[in-house]
Design a protein around this ligand. Structure first.
Ligand code: 3HC
Length: 702
């Protein structure tokens, strides 16, 4: 029988005695309205087809259904809804087989769970990642999954959103069979034929009750709620996920489905859902850089040179080695090289201890690193990343040497976090090949890569560093050249305000608490201790030398006393041996009091609201200036820098998205108030902010 088109995106045809329903909706076969209605029509066709003894659901393209169509969220729901679809599928009186390749996620896995049998190829993965979007599985996932896996595993999968590989999913009872190979249609057909030949019955997950009976009344739900208080601090939907799964154990199936729906709608209406979905699309949008296209040529990066084997250089090297790219690390002294390599080895050995790597993999990775004391070994590399400390003169010297040694076409990158890329490039005769690649500490962990274009950087080089980000599994954001680029330029404004707030009467812990209450994993001062108090001190000193008017600070005194942060077990806070937990230190309180006396400051009571406004609104005002100057192309570029580089809570969507929710008029009037009371260029209102408020528009409208 010829393929019959049920809709643009779903077709039905029969092969022998199997009715085949095929979804073809690139890129990921998401369950948009057309797919949902197409699936229902195809199912009806299959039911009516008297020759069809079993039905097979299979997808074209790179993956099985990857979930509901996220682009439809926030708009009025169109019929047929997903719960109607899955219930109709489950009620089919012909056996239904789902054949899974790629990823069966969210509504996709829920559709598969409404089929009576599930077969996958071994590379497939399944998961219910709704929680990462601030939601819970809203089409029976919380009711059907625990019927197959029991409570604990279902809670783990649903509250973390992590994917499970096909073989593990088979062991957990989510799948019925896993086959090798990549021809999913053939695998699905063979399984469906077996169902027919063996006369396998319609088997509905809703009717499987043994695991429900076994876990009824278990304390696992309360245990999970306790765990989540730590793991999911500030988040809304993980707790709702637990409530929904618990309903599968306390209520009959249909009532459980109703409860799931109510909880799903609560999540859908929460601002966290909007923030997380903005982050999801933002993470993907940032790869589309203004002025570049899919046709922009990209250079091959098959080997990398790194200058500096310190914490940064070592972390950067690991990113490349992890994806099989060989790295040559150059240091000035053998001792520094040995120390750097020993740290990399220790990191890998620790992963091996945790079972994340085998010893063989550790050795393979170490073998990809060539230590060296001479730049001559950079002769053949495709990309060099300089990761020495922030000093313009040294960087220029290094780039002049690189220009002499490196082959034509090699990309010369600096990991500078603040300095002028054009000035660095001016030390070479090839400024078009010079670019910033700003990694975030710890560089092997943090997902952000802030790529900085100089005024002469070529499009090819820009496209290549964006491709490199993807290759090493980072989120690359392209930004323009200015002091501190996007991230640190905004951070330094926040830092200055935070220091002044303490001058004026706040405690460091009060400032930090306001930031962690907003959802940051750590506050400004705990972060300074982690990065090293000397880092900020050195930057301030450099700027003072350059003639800038940077006022004295109590934090300079900490650095001068050798309180450099976690690494000396004392900074703004003190630390117990082996612990990273910041403990307020009376000695620092005294130092601050002394500083206030010296400066003639009478401390005053500072409210949490003032701290929030001065630390975060100042960033937004700066963000608006960054947009105005074209340093960031879009507000979402700033949002993604802050989410992945500094831990701005993804559920608030990043600073610019959050600013829209706060109200730009509220922010502008606070900025004007601080312009009068605090003063300084950071409180001069951004022209863009004034314009948007005057026009009644938001950052999202840009
Ligand atoms: N809806 C709409 N578009 C989607 C989508 C979805 N569910 N999932 C991915 N896309 C889009 C992406 O935005 C991207 O678009 P672009 O090319 O225009 O930027 C494109 O598909 C490809 O996505 P990726 O770049 O992420 O491709 P990868 O191959 O790296 O990853 C993926 C594929 C693993 C499927 C990944 O996209 C992903 O994790 N998607 C989200 C899956 C998800 O969260 N599903 C649950 C949805 S909520 C739900 O189902 C509710 C239900 O319970 C009621």
């Amino acid at each position: 029988m010829r393929g019959e088109i049920m809709s643009e995106v779903v077709s039905y045809n029969r092969e022998g005695n199997i009715g085949v329903i095929t979804v073809n909706y690139p890129p990921v076969n998401a369950l948009g309205q057309a797919v949902r209605s197409g699936l229902l029509a195809a199912l009806e066709q299959g039911q009516k087809d008297t020759e069809a003894r079993a039905l097979l659901l299979v997808c074209e393209g790179r993956t099985f259904i990857a979930g509901a169509d996220i682009r439809e969220f926030g708009k009025p729901m169109q019929e047929p809804t997903l719960p109607t679809l899955v219930n109709t599928f489950e009620n089919s009186d012909k056996p239904l087989v789902a054949a899974i390749h790629g990823t069966a996620l969210g509504g996709g896995l829920e559709t598969a769970l409404s089929c009576h049998y599930r077969v996958a190829i071994s590379s497939a993965k399944v998961g219910l990642p709704e929680v990462k979007l601030g939601l819970l599985p809203g089409a029976g996932g919380t009711q059907r999954l625990p019927r197959l896996t029991g409570a604990r595993k279902a809670l783990e999968m649903i509250t973390t959103g992590e994917f499970v590989g096909a073989k593990d999913a088979l062991a957990l009872g989510i799948l019925d069979a896993v086959e090798e190979g990549d021809d999913i249609r053939a695998v699905g057909m063979a399984y469906a034929q077996k169902v027919v030949d063996e006369g396998k019955p319609v088997r509905r997950v809703r009717d499987i009750t043994d695991k429900i009976e076994a876990d009824k009344g278990s304390d696992v739900f309360d245990q999970f709620r306790d765990e989540l208080k730590k793991r999911a601090r500030g988040l809304f939907s993980p707790f709702k996920c637990v409530d929904a799964v618990e309903a599968a154990f306390n209520l009959p199936f249909d009532e459980g489905m109703k409860r799931e729906r109510e909880l799903f709608m609560e999540c859908m209406e929460s601002p966290q859902r909007a923030g997380l979905i903005h982050s999801f699309f933002g993470e993907r949008e940032v790869s589309k850089v203004k002025g570049l296209s899919k046709d922009t040529p990209v250079r091959d990066v098959k080997s990398v040179g790194i200058i500096g084997a310190g914490t940064m250089g070592g972390g950067i090297a690991m990113n490349f080695v992890n994806v099989g790219i060989p790295v040559t690390i150059v240091e000035v002294k053998q001792e520094a090289l040995d120390k750097g390599l020993a740290i990399i080895r220790r990191n890998y050995e620790n992963s091996a201890k945790k079972g994340k790597l085998t010893q063989e993999q550790v050795e393979q990775r170490m073998a990809l690193i060539t230590p060296s004391l001479t730049y001559d070994d950079f002769r053949d590399v495709d990309l060099v990343i300089e990761a020495v400390f922030e000093n313009m003169a040294i960087k220029k010297e290094i780039f002049a040497k690189l220009d002499e040694v490196c082959k034509p076409g090699a990309i010369l990158a600096s990991n500078t976090s603040t300095l002028d890329i054009d000035e660095i490039a001016s030390a070479t005769k090839r400024p078009e090949d010079v670019v910033g690649m700003h990694f975030f500490s710890p560089a092997n962990v943090m997902k952000l890569l802030e790529n900085v274009r100089g005024s002469k950087t070529s499009d090819e080089v820009k496209a290549t560093v964006m491709a490199v980000a993807k290759k090493i599994k980072k989120v690359g954001v392209m930004v323009g050249n200015c002091y501190g680029f996007v991230g640190n330029r905004m951070l330094h404004k926040r830092g200055t305000e935070a220091m002044s707030l303490v001058d004026e009467g706040a405690t460091p812990q009060q400032v930090d608490k306001v930031l962690t209450d907003l959802g940051f994993p750590m506050g400004q001062f705990a972060m300074s201790d982690l990065a090293g108090i000397d880092v900020g001190y050195r930057i301030r000193e450099e700027r003072r030398k350059a003639g800038e008017d940077i006022p004295a600070s109590w934090m300079d005194k900490l650095a001068e006393q050798g309180r450099l942060g976690q690494k000396t077990q004392a900074g703004v806070y003190k630390y117990e041996e082996g612990s990273r937990k910041p403990i307020p230190d009376p000695e620092v309180e005294q130092l601050i009091e002394q500083f206030r006396k010296e400066q003639g400051i009478t401390p005053r009571e500072i409210t949490n609201q003032e701290i929030l406004e001065r630390c975060v609104y100042v960033m937004i005002n700066e963000g608006a200036k960054i947009l105005e100057e074209g340093i960031a192309d879009r507000p979402l570029d700033i949002d993604i820098v802050w989410i992945y580089g500094y831990g701005f809570p993804a559920y608030r969507g990043g600073p610019m998205f959050w600013a829209d929710q706060e109200g730009l008029d509220t922010i502008l009037s606070a900025v004007k108030k601080y312009q009068d009371t605090v003063g300084g260029e950071q409180w001069e209102p951004a022209a863009l902010l004034e314009k948007l408020v005057a026009e009644g528009r938001k950052f999202a409208d840009l």
